[in-house]
Design a binder for this molecule. Sequence first.
Ligand code: ZN
Length: 132
Amino acid sequence: MTSSDLKNQAEATMMNAYSPYSNFKVGAAIRTVAGNVYSGCNVENASYGLSICAERNAIMQAVATEGPGMKLAAVVVTNYNQKGESGACSPCGACRQFMIEFATPQTTVIYPGENGDIETNADKLLPDSFSF
Ligand SMILES: [Zn+2]
């Protein structure tokens, strides 16, 4: 599955977002090193702190299916605001740390930038990340 296919998957899953509080839908699709694809959307909660981002939703599904050895090959993130527009938005800090946990030096991360999609890697998104 190409990054374009992953983007299509992320956009499709984004439409299932539960975001009645922010009206900001986010979708993520990931490809694992094993070659499987998982996707997730943001799921908000009246108790805001319980809300979960699309990226972590997708990564948790991957771990639940492949087990603790799951490694990320690619992560693609999309969004859709209340105006019906996709806009520049990078993964939040919590998701960056979550990606690092399952990333390899080759893991690519693609998200919407001001002038089109930005492709980078997990290490560049969160330099000097926390680790034991
Ligand atoms: Zn996040």
